[in-house]
Design a protein around this ligand. Sequence first.
Ligand code: PBG
Length: 313
Amino acid sequence: MVRETRLAATDLIYPLFVSERITSRTPVESMPGVAQLTVEDAADEAALAWGEGIRSVLLFGIPSEKDELASQAYAEKGIVQQAVRAIKRAVPEMIVITDVCLCEYMSHGHCGIARIEAGCVEVLNDESLELLARTAVSHAAAGADIVAPSDMMDGRVAAIRRALDVGGFQNTAILSYAAKFASAFYGPFRDAADSAPQAGDRRSYQMDPANALEALREVALDLEESADMVMVKPGLPYLDILWRVKERFEMPTAVYHVSGEYAMLKAAVANGWLDERAATMETMLSFKRAGADMIVTYAARDVARWLSGHSGK
Ligand code: PBG
């Protein structure tokens, strides 16, 4: 009766990795329970998740071809575009969110256009905006309800909003990865999405883990540029940021329980050191207590099953 925080399956956003390079479901070694999926598998997975009460998925694509302009990111028949259509066909009411970034599609693995000389990387912010906007529009054209830019280029929310409006997608919402830190906890994701930078790192565009006020400025800018929802990422090491963002802006706020956080939990569970269900549910509750409205987590299906009283796997 006196419980202050409640968790529901409708709070969850379930990330899916869809790959053009595989012919059947391929487990991601560093993320037990997570697999790269074909387009058909992704539609099946979305349908199963829907049946368990999950109402939203977040799509990442792994293309068969990468180049220096990320052309497959905005190709009409790109892997994410195909997956959006397949999921919408299988589960029309599922809220489909697409991650808008170029790193999975760039031969060098950076989130924008990059100039690389003698191992030195310069990511070209302004030049990248047009490609990001084009990617977002192509996702919307395929049927995405929400686009989620995760590249961290400055000005991308405004560029994407403008392009969506011009393209006739006024109703497509933007969930901005507004406070995204240059984190060591993305390691397993880069295996899953094959998006590790070939040279350099992401510290010129993602945030310094030491900075909280800068996170607030990043969120303020994205909201000015007309983001509809904002995200804090990673989750557990940044609960203070999540709390401050929610308190300050009172906007729909998402948190990303990232691959490294998930992998740590799974590894401890595999060793018999943590109780999976109790530790996972406590983590989810901590996100809600800190102000999250939405939680992106690879554990979404387990959490949904536990919430509905099934013992899960
Ligand atoms: C793309 C992107 C990343 C994640 C989400 N979108 C990787 C990165 O920035 O390197 C990480 C998600 C996770 O670790 O679960 N830029």
